[in-house]
Design a protein around this ligand. Sequence first.
Ligand SMILES: NC(=O)c1ccc[n+]([C@@H]2O[C@H](COP(=O)([O-])OP(=O)(O)OC[C@H]3O[C@@H](n4cnc5c(N)ncnc54)[C@H](OP(=O)(O)O)[C@@H]3O)[C@@H](O)[C@H]2O)c1
Length: 334
Amino acid sequence: MRAMKLAAPGGLDKLVLTDVERSEPGAGEIQVEIRASSLNFHDYAVVTGLLPTDDGRIPLSDGAGVITAVGDAVEAFQVGDRVLSHFFPNWGDGPAGFEKIQGIPGDNIDGFAAQTVTAPSRAFSRMPANLDFEQAATLTCAGLTAWRALMVETHLRPGDWVLVQGSGGVSVFALQFAKMMGCKVVATSSSEDKLQRLASLGADRLINYREVTNWGAQVLAMTDGHGADLVVEVGGSGTVPQSVRAVAFGGCISMIGVLTGFSGEVPTAELFQKNARISGITVGSQAHQRDMIAAVEANGLQPVIDSSYPLEALADAFRHQESQQHFGKICVSI
Ligand SMILES: NC(=O)c1ccc[n+]([C@@H]2O[C@H](COP(=O)([O-])OP(=O)(O)OC[C@H]3O[C@@H](n4cnc5c(N)ncnc54)[C@H](OP(=O)(O)O)[C@@H]3O)[C@@H](O)[C@H]2O)c1
């Protein structure tokens, strides 16, 4: 079978399509023919060497496919089942813990840029019945992160305001989940065209963050002084000061992303005066993923796919992501 491997120290020109031996499943394992994956900023950081990994690593954390063989003592699945990978194979349920978030596919262990993957059955859940493989593959990282920010870490109510930043994978899912639960959404983007597409997905208020650099105050004005009950913070250091300005009294900034850098200043007094909190999250557990899948099915949610690339064009897919021209998710068909 073929797999894309990354040669050290990383870089888009270090991705090489290679023949790899397929392994049979041992006890507790399943063999999955992978049909699709999707790109996340985390994957980009791995393949470009920003997050160093082992020489020869198979990248990509997201994978959806069909089970082709089942090892002994696997009761949850059978051959032919359509399955979706978990970002954290070791985090079943309960609160996050250091051990639970080790062993990320495509980072610390081999991922899903491969035609076949053999792994413990706990590394997969069943796929949503209403989605195809590419759509399903978008859920593992971006979908679940947005789900946890909205549904697990905060106690949002219908009518509350949610702020989403830009039109990448996490943000578009956050917009879709927010509308699904009856919240109102302020969406920001660098592009007028993308703002209109965010509006067509239900965004109630729009801000071009390139033109309106103090957009935090604009969020307050647009929400009659209330602010955002939840800020889905994907920008990081460059956006936190505006997010603190935008957040509502008693609101939450869900600290997710690093698109503008890894550390920066926080307006601490403004934060505590609002009795607001910043809450860091890493994707979510397998139990969170099962809940999300149930909600995706019940609501007929359709992930927003920007484009799809064949496995052999993985480097081009990452170049497209790097250009930030995409809207929603970039997929890989395998
Ligand atoms: N903590 C976690 O568990 C977790 C999980 C998933 C992702 N993340 C992080 O979340 C971030 C987003 O991930 P992703 O996969 O959704 O990325 P992505 O799809 O690559 O998002 C790219 C988009 O982000 C927007 N953007 C860039 N700079 C911005 C800024 N200064 N203000 C507002 N929007 C900006 C742009 O949208 P426009 O073109 O519309 O401006 C851009 O197209 C990344 O840093 C990623 O590492 C963290």
